[in-house]
Write a protein that binds this ligand. Structure first.
Ligand code: ADP
Ligand code: MG
Length: 390
């Protein structure tokens, strides 16, 4: 294994993508004393504003990629839709983690499901819809009611349409622009979970505790850790499966695996993210190593001791809707003072200037000595902000 990158005041780590995940990566890297560079086309990017240097260029810009490689000792990504080709180009001249091949699997729902099957990890029954003939394939009835999902570029419930019946399928596919899709059976979910694992270049594997997630309108709304409604054995199984998925891709970096806990109590893998994940944000305030610390350490080939959660935590996502004052009215600032008066509240705002509905503007994590207290304070915070109870 190559020797570790040590923070000596000069060593620079790079990240492709300038969103909030990149911003928190930059914070973690800077805390350890690394310099940081962000490549993102957006002049107003949350990570670009925090990094030592912001390269403002498209992800496939050859000059920008060459400059990123020359400035950095290693490069990672914060955004799974960054073209795998950009990672491949970089890898010719600088260590890149995760590798382009692993990112390519996570970018494509079909490749991802094939990887689940290869790794003997259960996933929802599915079929591919990529041509007119596929609409008439026998066996689709067993997948209905289902959800049609574009194989690429979906996030936060975008690129998905419910398909209640066979008749609705062609229209649903047209709605999605006849892009290659997977039709997935809609499962009866008890709970949604996720697990974050970090795997080093030497194969060392550590994990964060299992998170329980509540989505609203396809977007993560609340994460609770420890997961209140998940049996310990199920949580252990989720960690085992996530570790197996990472190892079978020879993955280096932070990987998040989303699971469904279905009505019969079994676990079904939903999707993977080749990077830190919204459901792991609580780890910044509630664990002795956050998902971003783990991302820095895997990239720099530094040691990976097992993270420990020192506080119970509840994370609430703060979407742009909170800023909406009414039709035609200018955005208002939510009542942060009321929220910050509550004990154990850690407010994280990403520095985005345009609070569009559904846009992730920030999150808050409530930490407490026990889960009941964390939940009680999080419910108070939600009430202050006009968010629904959970
Ligand atoms: P995204 O990339 O937008 O996160 P997901 O595939 O994770 O897409 O779907 C978003 C949410 O939609 C999930 O967290 C879950 O609440 C719901 N969902 C997705 N697929 C299914 C399914 N097969 N059965 C039931 N619910 C689903
Ligand atoms: Mg998801």
């Amino acid at each position: 294994m190559t020797s570790p990158l040590l923070p000596d005041g000069q060593t620079c780590l790079g990240v492709l993508g300038g969103g909030q995940l990149g911003r928190m990566f930059v914070h973690a890297a800077q805390t350890l004393g690394f310099r940081t560079v962000v490549l993102d086309p957006d002049a107003d990017s949350p990570a670009g504003a925090a990094a030592h240097h912001h390269l403002r260029a498209p992800y496939l810009d050859a000059d920008a990629l060459a400059e990123l490689a020359s400035r950095c000792a290693a490069v990672t990504t914060e955004f799974e839709n960054v073209p795998a080709a950009a990672l491949q180009t970089l890898a010719a001249s600088v260590p890149v983690a995760p590798a382009a091949a692993a990112v390519a699997i996570c970018q494509d729902r079909f490749a991802e499901k094939r990887h689940f099957q290869r790794s003997e990890v259960p996933c929802a029954p599915f079929a591919t819809i990529a041509a007119d003939a596929d609409l008439a394939a026998p066996g689709l009835d067993a997948l209905l009611p289902g959800i049609l999902k574009t194989t690429r570029l979906g996030y936060d419930g975008k690129g998905q349409v419910a398909v209640p019946s066979r008749q609705a399928l062609a229209d649903a596919w047209a709605t999605l622009g006849r892009a290659p899709c997977v039709l997935e059976k809609r499962l009866a979910l008890q709970r949604e979970l996720s697990v974050i694992v970090a795997r080093g270049a030497d194969g060392a594997l550590v994990h964060l505790p299992v998170q329980q997630n509540l989505h609203r309108d396809g977007i993560l709304a609340v994460t609770q850790v420890p997961a209140p409604d998940v049996p310990k054995a199920t949580a252990r199984d989720a960690v085992t499966l996530a570790g197996r998925l990472a190892a079978s891709m020879d993955y280096v970096g932070v990987l998040c695996v989303e699971f469904f806990l279905v009505d019969d109590g079994s676990l079904v893998a939903n999707e993977m993210a080749p990077r830190p994940h919204n459901s792991g944000h609580y780890s910044v305030d509630a664990c002795d190593l956050s998902q971003f610390d783990l991302q820095v350490r895997t990239l720099a080939r530094l040691p990976l001791p097992a993270p420990r959660q020192h506080s119970a935590a509840v994370m609430l996502n703060l979407l742009g809707d909170l800023w909406q004052a009414g039709p035609g009215a200018p955005p208002r600032t939510p009542d942060w003072a009321a929220v910050l008066a509550l004990p154990g509240v850690h407010l994280h705002l990403y520095g985005k200037t345009q609070p569009r509905p559904g846009r992730k503007m920030g999150h808050l994590t409530v930490t407490a000595a026990d889960p009941a207290r964390a939940r009680a304070v999080a419910l108070q915070a939600a009430a202050c902000l006009g968010l629904p109870a959970f």
